[in-house]
Design a protein. Structure first.
Length: 184
């Protein structure tokens, strides 16, 4: 509501329409947007909103949407869509918990001290690139930098990294193998 009040004041001061853009975060199920159910939407900083109002906002010609996929049980963000480069803290924490250390061959640097690295081309380099759970991993500065010198890395499954050297030798790295989950 405060954002709408700010827009109204801006429009009064600058004239309608203003050149000021307001960004709000509205979380809504795709099935609700399609009219298949009436689950409430969540407006960040405000709370629940009716499905009808969410559909009205979604239908506005000036709306800009970013797909954010969350785990249905935990609510943790696991995919940001294809237009975002920087990960949210939730995704960074999830990937660091999954891998626990650098994804590079023979590296034991803790994930928390590593850079957040794309194992597929990031969105700004490739329209099909993405910042997601299955396309990122922690890499120390050294392992992040060697990709600029002929090394390649792929991630066939989340948390498993295949590094290929400039000479064609392949290294299969699963950083979390060294740290099995507790027995309870």
């Amino acid at each position: 509501m405060d954002a709408l009040r700010a827009d109204a004041l801006t429009d009064l001061c600058l004239g309608v329409p203003s050149n000021v853009r307001t960004k709000i975060e509205l979380r809504v199920d795709a099935t609700t947007l399609m009219g298949l159910d009436n689950n409430p939407a969540i407006l960040s900083g405000y709370g629940p909103m009716t499905a009808q109002r969410a559909r009205e906002l979604a239908g506005d010609e000036n709306s800009e949407w970013y797909r954010i996929l969350t785990d249905p049980v935990s609510g943790v963000v696991i995919d940001h869509g294809r237009t975002r480069y920087r990960p949210t803290k939730a995704l960074r924490d999830l990937v660091n918990a999954r891998d626990q250390r650098c994804c590079g061959p023979a590296c034991n640097r803790p994930a928390a001290t590593c850079e957040f690295d794309h194992t597929t081309p990031p969105p700004f380099r490739d329209p099909e690139g993405k910042t997601a759970y299955d396309s990122t991993g922690p890499a120390c500065k050294f392992h992040n930098d060697i990709k600029e010198h002929g090394w390649t890395v792929t991630q066939p499954t989340p948390g498993r990294f295949l590094w290929t050297s400039p000479t064609g030798r392949t290294y299969d790295v699963t950083p979390n193998d060294e740290y099995p989950p507790p027995p309870f």
